[in-house]
Design a binder for this molecule. Structure first.
Ligand SMILES: *Cc1c(COP(=O)(O)O)cnc(C)c1O
Length: 456
């Protein structure tokens, strides 16, 4: 405590001078961390609040500086049970992809340089051969995300002309990917075919004209149409496009490389299956089932990929060196079989008894106090990220409830932690799904449970 000044004693306190504040013990660490300008600004604001005691001024300024400079994009623990959660950054990267990214970030990198010949290299070459090999396709192009891949393909192949799309596929995927809007932005014209629930090959045939440049189909990423439905099989779409002499572009979306049947999720077509079925060009995200960084890939016939690559939009949506490094590492791991250790596939493959045992250990942390009660319960997890939300598979969750605190209050205190823990609420209980929590994160979750248990 500083001694009260004469004027404070007289009833009218004056704040200390800036110089005096900056000579105090709190100053050196704060100046080193936040810089002189920000520190002075924070102290001035604290003084404007009417406070006159130096210690209290430093406390207020310190808190304000912490808040101002705290990063908001931080690692989070995903306890939602949705393995590919768009709000939580979709797929965590593999160890190899993280290492490749860190190396490319640390200094200069051979982005457009061929170290072998010393000549200029091509940015796409880092992923091109790997993608061609993995998908057995003519060529491949990487861009910023799948929305950009679709936009680029439409602009390059159908600008000013018509694109046939089934009315059942004029969908919105996530908040901002709306097929009709992307089509409009590309300069292509939408020609709607069939109805919402039924589109037949004859509907497509009736819509073909010399003005049609492309047949577009879209993977039903986050919805299902059930009941009296019909959509042409992939082989039928391929035949329709071939007969009409136009390319078939399939927006596959998820980037599935292997079938998901082994994880309890049937009927998720892989990229290679779409190409095999006759799609001329397939687009997908890098960070969904493909498990890489945010990116979009166009794979398929070399001549179509070349037209996309040559379009001005390709330059506007090209990937950076960090994305390319992580993408190349991920592509290589799909080929070698190392993908089984990708965080998403490790989580998907975790046996139920293992989830149960981890849940039981965590339950005991919560049982240490009276603030919260916890049970290990059956739950359902999902791949998410464009894999049908209806395709759920079994999981185990820790169900939290409390006599004194609402579910909303419990989730709020979990979110306040660093790293924040993001849970879901079901029937008034807070569920922490163990399938999307990595085993390495159990210690953090245990700490959070112990803290909750200690509260009343
Ligand atoms: C996810 C998805 C998109 C959007 O991909 P982004 O990588 O988020 O831009 C587009 N189409 C389909 C079918 C999708 O599943």
């Amino acid at each position: 405590m500083t001694a009260p000044t004469a004027s404070a004693a007289a009833g009218r306190a004056h704040p200390p001078s800036m110089d005096a504040l900056l000579k105090r013990d709190e100053a050196p660490a704060a100046l080193a961390r936040f810089g002189r300008e920000a520190v002075k600004e924070a102290l001035r604001r604290a003084m404007a609040g009417g406070e006159t005691r130096a210690e209290a001024l430093w406390e207020t300024a310190g808190r304000a500086l912490e808040r101002r400079f705290a990063p908001t994009l931080v690692r989070a623990i995903n306890a939602t049970g949705v393995l590919l959660h768009t709000n939580l950054g979709r797929a965590p990267l593999s160890a190899a992809a993280r290492a490749a990214l860190a190396e490319a970030a640390a200094g200069y990198a051979t982005v457009e340089y061929d170290a072998g010949s010393g000549a200029r290299g091509k940015r796409q070459d880092h992923v091109r051969a790997l993608a061609r090999d993995l998908f057995a396709c003519g060529d491949a192009l990487a861009v910023n995300n799948n929305a950009a891949a679709v936009l680029l393909a439409l602009a390059a192949l159908a600008r000013g002309r018509e694109v046939l799309v089934s009315r059942g596929e004029l969908v919105a995927i996530g908040g901002s990917f709306k097929v009709p809007e992307i089509l409009e932005a590309s300069g292509a014209r939408l020609r709607e075919v069939g109805t919402t629930n039924r589109t037949t090959p004859d509907d497509y045939r009736a819509a073909f004209s010399p003005d049609v440049a492309l047949l577009l189909s879209v993977h039903p990423s986050n919805y299902e149409i059930r009941g009296y439905t019909r959509r042409p099989a992939p082989a039928e779409l391929a035949r329709l496009a071939r007969d009409a002499g136009v390319p078939w572009l399939h927006d596959q979306g998820t980037g599935a490389v292997v079938p998901l049947d082994a994880f309890g999720v049937p009927d998720e077509p892989t990229v290679a299956e779409c190409l095999d079925a006759g799609a001329d060009l397939v687009t997908f995200s890098g960070d969904k089932l493909f498990s890489g960084p945010q990116a979009g890939l166009l794979v398929g016939r070399a001549e179509l990929v070349a037209r996309a690559a040559a379009h001005p939009v390709a330059r506007a949506v090209r990937p950076d060196k960090l994305t390319l490094a992580a993408l190349a590492a991920t592509l290589a791991e799909w080929k070698t079989g190392a993908w089984r250790d990708f965080p998403v596939y490790r989580a998907a493959a975790a046996p139920l008894d293992e989830l149960e045992a981890r849940g039981e250990r965590l339950r005991q942390r919560a049982a240490a106090g009276a603030g919260v009660s916890a049970d290990v319960v059956a739950s359902l997890a999902a791949f998410g990220g464009g894999t049908s939300p209806e395709k759920l598979f079994p999981s185990r969750a820790l169900a939290l409830s409390s006599a004194s605190r609402s579910a909303a209050a419990i989730t709020a205190s979990l979110r306040e932690r660093r790293p924040p823990i993001v849970a879901r609420v079901e029937a008034g209980r807070v569920l922490l799904d163990l399938r999307s929590i990595a085993p390495e994160e159990d210690a953090d979750v245990g700490e959070a449970l112990a803290a909750l248990a200690g509260m009343r």
